[in-house]
Every structure is written in structure tokens, then in C-alpha cells.
Write a protein that binds this ligand. Structure first.
Ligand SMILES: [Zn+2]
Length: 126
């Protein structure tokens, strides 16, 4: 599903980094200041899925305005923007872990049922 950008939303801007690699490309928080429209495929002249927006880029050391930024969700090239990467919340991760633990406990119970001696071994404080 492609979300349409609108003014005031927070996205990620990819900083350029330096050619020598002293600074690498980094995601920076940015606020959309204008929505220009769909980017056009230069080969066909047709509109693409990517949006062109203006951004207020917030670097740790200062802010700058980038008026023409093209969306790039796949390749995070310098100077492009993308929707913030999905961050799994702690409670989601806990729920996943609880599922894994419950599954392991079930497997141990299955082992005990299948091999009664195994249960004694597992419970025998080895
Ligand atoms: Zn990002």
C-alpha cells in the first residue's frame, strides 16, 4: 500500500555522506514542507510511484531545507526520502518470545509423553 505524503508528516531523509567515507549515509528526521507531486520516469515521461517533496531536514548539528527530494523506499540513496522503517515495539517482541517459549514447553511435554524416561532425565536436574 502506497501512502500519500502530506505536509507536516515526519519522514526520513538520507544524508549524502562524503565520498571518502568519513561520513556515511544516515537517515535523518525530516518534516514535509511541500508536496510537489509524483516523480516522472525520465524514459517514458509517465508518473511513477515515487513522490517529490520538500523537506525540513533535522540533523543533530543543524537543520537544512531540501526543496526537491525524490522518494526511494528500496535504495536509500543520498538526497532521497522514505517512510520511517518499521520499528518493532518491545511489547510486540515480548509477545513473540512468549510464543517461542510456549512452543518449546509444548515440545518438552511432547518429548515427555513420547519418551517417559526423557521426562525424568529433563526433570532430574542434569
Ligand atoms: Zn530511514
Amino acid at each position: 500500500m502506497q501512502q500519500e505524503p502530506s505536509i507536516g508528516q515526519t519522514v526520513h531523509y538520507v544524508s549524502h555522506g562524503t565520498p571518502g567515507g568519513e561520513y556515511t549515509k544516515q537517515c535523518r528526521a525530516a518534516v514535509i514542507t511541500q508536496v510537489t507531486g509524483r516523480a516522472v520516469d525520465p524514459a517514458t515521461g509517465d508518473p511513477t510511484d515515487a513522490w517529490v517533496v520538500g523537506l525540513l531536514v533535522q540533523n543533530p548539528t543543524g537543520v537544512h531545507l531540501a526543496q526537491v527530494c525524490v522518494q526511494s523506499e528500496q535504495s536509500h540513496d543520498g538526497g532521497t526520502w522514505h517512510w520511517p522503517e518499521h520499528v518493532t515495539s518491545l511489547s510486540d517482541r515480548m509477545a513473540e518470545l512468549e510464543k517461542v517459549v510456549a512452543d518449546l514447553a509444548k515440545r518438552v511435554r511432547d518429548c515427555e509423553t513420547g519418551f517417559p524416561g526423557m521426562g525424568r532425565l529433563l526433570g532430574g536436574g542434569l
